[in-house]
Design a protein. Structure first.
Length: 259
């Protein structure tokens, strides 16, 4: 099998069918998620371990292969002919390789195109503060965040710095100066990137995801010192979001965070 051509065919098929995800896993047909439902691509053969590894090998650089072996999973972004972009997680299951490929639209949709309430525009007008986009996985947090950042990009002469793992949407600089930093290639990790960001003269900071107390603490400090900070959390309500932030800190710090 020509794995490079076969993977390209599957990527194009997923995009043409309006899928949100493409899954590659041993013992299953390649599978796409359309309108929330998993749909096997039954015209393709059931994937063997060799076929799955061959398809996934097309995606990986030698450095990524090394990281996959040592960490047993890896996140990265991948573009097919600059037309179709994916956020990819490669991992092991039952000792075999598997991959989940999330399609990322190359066009950053506006707040209007996303049919979001007009009040959302107000968040892009703030000069400082802490804006969290929350919700379950796969419900558009990253897409909403990209719409807000791109609105600032088109309307304000600000310095925007993003810290992402991996970079998903790529912003074309307009009025703003936009620097996008990817964890693992542009900065060692979220901690290093966040510790450095306030020395890089940002007006707006976008953090792909709040993952730990240190990230949250630095983000809060950035907001308190006159910056506009955007990020996401996997929570379902504002009250749950506040509880998640407070609970992520040690007990002896929770009262201070709450106040």
């Amino acid at each position: 099998m020509d794995y490079q051509n076969k993977l390209a065919e599957l990527m194009v098929l997923a995009a043409q069918q309006g899928a949100s995800d493409l899954h590659l896993s041993v013992g299953k047909h390649p599978t796409v998620r359309i309108d929330g439902n998993l749909v096997p691509v039954s015209s393709e053969p059931i994937l063997t371990p060799e076929m799955t590894a061959g398809l996934i090998s097309v995606l990986l650089t030698p450095e990524q292969e090394e990281k996959l072996i040592s960490h047993r999973e890896i996140d990265f972004a991948f573009s097919y002919e600059d037309k179709i972009r994916f956020r990819i997680n490669v991992y092991f299951q039952r000792g075999y390789l598997a991959a989940a490929l999330r399609l990322i639209p190359t066009h950053i949709r506006t707040i209007e195109e996303l049919n979001l309430p007009p009040i959302i525009h107000e968040f892009s007008k703030y000069n400082q503060g802490f804006v969290l986009v929350v919700g379950p996985a796969g419900h558009g947090k990253t897409t909403t965040l990209a719409a807000l950042i791109d609105e600032i990009n088109h309307k304000r002469m600000d310095h925007i710095i993003t810290i992402e793992d991996p970079i998903e949407y790529t912003f074309i600089q307009d009025r703003a100066l936009v620097d996008q930093r990817e964890v693992g290639s542009d900065t060692l990790n979220f901690h290093n990137g966040l510790r450095s960001v306030l020395r890089q003269d940002p007006d707006v900071v976008m953090i792909g995801e709040m993952r730990d107390p240190e990230s949250i603490s630095i983000a809060l400090t950035a907001a308190e010192t006159g910056h506009l900070v955007f990020s996401t959390l996997h929570t379902n309500s504002s009250s749950q979001t506040i509880d998640r932030i407070i609970d992520s800190f040690p007990a002896n710090q929770q009262n201070q965070v709450r106040s």
